[in-house]
Design a binder for this molecule. Structure first.
Ligand SMILES: Nc1ncnc2c1ncn2[C@@H]1O[C@H](COP(=O)(O)OP(=O)(O)OP(=O)(O)O)[C@@H](O)[C@H]1O
Length: 628
């Protein structure tokens, strides 16, 4: 006979199973959880339950339609529990004492009907990194000793009925924080931690005031009520500028990227011409530890042989002519430089004989795919001479040496570079599976469907890994993160291309399309000279929203973070099981795209948040990882 809920008092049952069944007996009055125990350890297979060595470490029941109360002493014996999520159910009554769950790291109780005061026993859970009590009916003050939870990354208390003052929070790693939509009063303490957040984190608390929200605190005579009451809300435009900044409508001319299949016919030979000329120019000469190949001038050979009457071919011919003209200007002393530590896997002659195909034109120049001896495939980026003219030859060389020294599984490696008067080439590995832009937006004729959220998470993690590496391993940054610069490698891993190239260019020469512009942080819209790692973080936020919604960045609306999730959901056909995870990923995107660079997290912190989401998600039955 299977033992089913409600549990019989059975001393032979493992205590974790008893805990869960006793939770279910009060919290699942509509019997949504079909928990049956045939064998002793069956409970580890129950939906939402994850065990290590027979002990429950994760109990994840977001969006399960649970209706009832959270009974006291039900889950309190799950002392190995790391993550508890009851997010977005219909649980009511008080939150019980959970202080015995001393291993708990993440507690998600948001979007229920919990009432009563702040559950103070939580303050004993000193390992807690994420606490979400938002959208409940909790009342009373926030405990001052919330500060003792010093590992908190996420603290969400918005849309309850908390009153009293904001505690002087000082957790160094607090990245997501929100107390909006309560009834908090008085001056917000100006701690370094709280100063990182903008007005949206505190909004809709009519009696809050202070420097952080640009609202003066006025002292009133005591008989008028609370001494912490404040003057009417007068906020500076800056104070209202949290979240994504308004973007121009998409009416500017769009940069055209020609797709490989379309250009194959007329572009084979363009890069061949470059290389053929360079081959004739080249005389191999090694300098120091680097392999430098000197070139000398010769005439192009194959340029005129392919001319035909078709329009595309006419375009191809005129392009070839300009290529030839420019190449003829090359100085005889041009050098091909293999970046430090790079083993020469092919000879210059082989490279010069490579067949080539146009991949596209970007803001910095033209990109070709080159195939050496029908085997080795490389990507050659020919930089626009005018745009990089601001960078001297010496600076170009130093910069490319630094960029070429970066090596990471999520970066497309630079193998070599070349410069001679008026001509600069950068040689990368070729990435065979297209870009994330292709993956998300597909061909223009088909309506884009957003990726499965687990694919978004995987790509976001890869990109965050690559960016965090650049920021930590060097004093460089990407400067031009966008979905066409995130390429898919042979295992569909996401790899960053074009990193740190934009720093070589005169940004005033760029005529950027609305989508490229939308990735730019507000502080760098006018000048790329002010690029910082935080502008990469901003672009990452926009990129993450693009992944989640399948919408081009120029189409992202201006929203306060609170409304962002609703917009993200509206763009997707919600399968019901992804709400919780979408919410967490949208939070990351929101915090990255804050207007003020100081308020944005550093890339390593973003990566940490993504790892935590992944860690929780891996344990959730409903999450299957892979591309959809
Ligand atoms: N190493 C590579 N492997 C495969 N495809 C690549 C590689 N580098 C670039 N591409 C593809 O070539 C095309 C042109 O790239 P390019 O970098 O010139 O322009 P972009 O990325 O659209 O704009 P920007 O110059 O502003 O970065 C893009 O579709 C890009 O995805």
């Amino acid at each position: 006979e299977p033992i089913t809920y409600p549990p019989q008092t059975n001393l032979m049952l493992p205590s974790d199973a008893v805990s869960i069944l006793s939770f279910k007996s009060k919290a699942d009055l509509h019997n949504k959880l079909l928990y049956v125990l045939n064998e002793r350890f069956d409970y580890c297979q129950w939906r939402g339950v994850n065990c290590i060595q027979g002990r429950v470490v994760r109990f994840l029941l977001p969006n399960f339609g649970l209706f009832g109360t959270f009974p006291a002493n039900s889950l309190s014996r799950l002392d190995q529990l790391r993550v508890l999520s009851l997010h977005n159910n219909s649980l009511s009554g008080p939150i019980p004492d959970l202080s015995s769950l001393y291993n708990l790291k993440s507690l998600f109780l948001g979007r229920n009907h919990f009432s009563g005061t702040f559950p103070s026993p939580i303050l004993f859970l000193h390992r807690l990194t994420s606490l979400d009590l938002s959208y409940n009916e909790l009342t009373g003050p926030l405990p001052v000793n919330l500060t003792t939870l010093d590992r908190l990354n996420i603290l969400r208390l918005e849309w309850n009925r908390f009153n009293g003052t904001v505690p002087p929070l000082n957790q160094p790693f607090l990245l997501i924080f929100n107390v909006s939509g309560n009834n908090l009063t008085g001056k917000i303490p100006v701690t370094p931690t709280l100063s990182k957040f903008n007005t949206t984190a505190f909004s809709l608390n009519p009696h809050l005031c202070g420097k952080i929200i640009n609202k003066a605190c006025t002292t009133r005579a005591p008989f008028f009520g609370s001494s912490s009451a404040s003057s009417p809300a007068v906020q500076s435009p800056k104070a209202n500028s949290g979240g994504i900044v308004a973007l121009p409508p998409p009416h500017l001319p769009k940069k055209k990227h020609q797709r490989p299949g379309m250009v194959l016919g007329f572009t084979v030979g363009i890069a061949l011409i470059i290389f053929s000329v360079l081959l004739a120019l080249a005389v191999v000469k090694k300098q120091g530890g680097k392999k430098r190949v000197e070139s000398k001038e010769t005439k192009p050979t194959t340029a005129s042989s392919e001319a035909t009457n078709s329009k595309t071919q006419v375009e191809g011919v005129s392009e070839r002519k300009s290529v030839i003209n420019e190449i003829q200007k090359l100085k005889k002393s041009g050098n091909l430089v293999f970046v430090d530590g790079e083993v020469e896997g092919y000879s210059l002659e082989q490279l010069m004989r490579a067949s080539a195909e146009l991949l596209g034109r970007g803001s910095m120049g033209i990109t070709y795919k080159a195939v050496i001896d029908g085997q080795l495939i490389l990507t050659v980026k020919r930089l626009d001479a005018g745009k990089t003219a601001v960078t001297s030859g010496e600076v170009f060389e130093q910069h490319m040496d630094a960029v070429g020294a970066l090596r990471h599984p999520n970066l497309v490696p630079v193998r070599a570079y070349f410069q001679a008067k008026g001509e600069r080439l950068v040689i990368y590995d070729y990435q065979p599976n297209g870009s994330v832009s292709n993956l998300v937006h597909g061909s223009r004729s088909t309506r884009a469907k957003p990726l499965h959220w687990t694919s978004c998470l995987k790509i976001a993690e890869d990109v965050a890994e690559g960016l965090a590496y650049i920021h930590q391993a060097s004093r460089l940054f990407h400067g031009n993160l966008k979905s066409s610069n995130v390429l898919l490698g042979s295992d569909f891993e996401a790899c960053l291309a074009d990193y740190s190239l934009v720093l070589l260019a005169d940004s005033s020469c760029f005529t950027e399309d609305p989508d490229s512009l939308a990735y730019k942080a507000p502080e760098i819209r006018k000048s790329s000279r002010r690029l910082t790692p935080k502008s990469d973080v901003y672009a990452f936020g926009v990129f993450l929203l693009e992944l989640l919604t399948g919408k081009l960045p120029s189409r992202h609306p201006v929203l306060v973070p609170r409304d962002m999730l609703e917009w993200v959901r509206a763009t997707r056909e919600d399968d019901g099981g992804e709400y919780h995870w979408l919410g967490m990923l949208t939070e990351v995107a929101s915090v990255c795209s804050l207007t003020s660079p100081e308020q944005r997290p550093a890339m390593w912190q973003v990566l940490k948040m993504i790892h935590e989401i992944k860690e929780s998600a891996m344990m959730d039955d409903s999450a299957s990882f892979g591309y959809s």
